[in-house]
Design a protein around this ligand. Sequence first.
Ligand SMILES: Cc1ncc(COP(=O)(O)O)c(C=O)c1O
Length: 330
Amino acid sequence: MHQLNTFARISLSHSPTPLEKLPRLSAYLGVNIWVKRDDCTGLAGGGNKTRKLEFLMADAKQKGADTVVTVGGLQSNHARQTAAAAAKLELACELVLEDVKGVPQRDYYHNGNILLNQLCGAKIHRVAVQQSSEHVLAQVKADLISQGKIPYFIPLGGSNALGSLGYVNCVNEILSQSNAMNISFDQILLATGSAGTQAGILAGLIAQQQDIPVLGICVSRSGLAQQTLVEDLLKQTLTLMDIDDSHSVGKVKANGEYYGEGYGISTDKMVQALRLVAQLEGLFLDPVYTGKAMAGLIDLCQQGVIKLEQNILFVHTGGSQGLFAYSEVF
Ligand SMILES: Cc1ncc(COP(=O)(O)O)c(C=O)c1O
């Protein structure tokens, strides 16, 4: 097995991030809820992408890139953290950002993450709903090369095997924190989209021979489709770490009941969950990922699927900057 420190990495995050109990939410649900505060990774407001970018940016630098290019939805948190990491590391940044159907109109196009990307100096290529982002991306790359630039492409959400190592690293933190606090978790729960966070967490647990179940709450597709996506990336991540990929069998669990009509489209349960956690714990979730994941957690507790008195770790993957694009929903 390749140890994590054999991979090139540039430190970008404040880590270890805190692992703390949510006492009032726990009392409300009758379940012990803990949170891994990856909304506090530090860079440009924090979030899960910063851990992935530590490995991806190191690779970009090693390959001599002068520009990073990535893709996402218009309010992508990944784009914000990439723009900030690029600024810090003296790289240019070009973002190909797709319009999203069914989202609020008032602030979506100029506030929240889009405002912050601009502050970091990133160049934004906006892709209309009816346009193909692959086509725009190919053009951006071709233009950069014709100008003599050396672009490095980071996939959607930073989700390839290298990026997922960021969450192998997070698991090591979680295990040392939970050992020190003498807690054992019955389940880890998180939002899952481009799959790198869940794949990385599972790869980290497999590497440490820990069997804690991990449930991804889908933000954009059915549970079955998400499971396939996560499993493929988990296998690639295990292979990169030189671990037999058959360890992935049966590990990936995803629940597609809580994303509503689609990616970025608000649901009543998301709004209620976000308000509840803000009012009980003073903790802000986000409307696209963690709000829907928390809606899932609350509902599964209330249905009795998550049993009373269990110890659940919710991974707060960040994104509250996106709230400012959704003010009308609240
Ligand atoms: C706040 C937040 N949470 C969760 C996710 C999902 O993580 P992943 O794409 O690794 O599945 C993202 C991805 O963009 C995100 O921005």
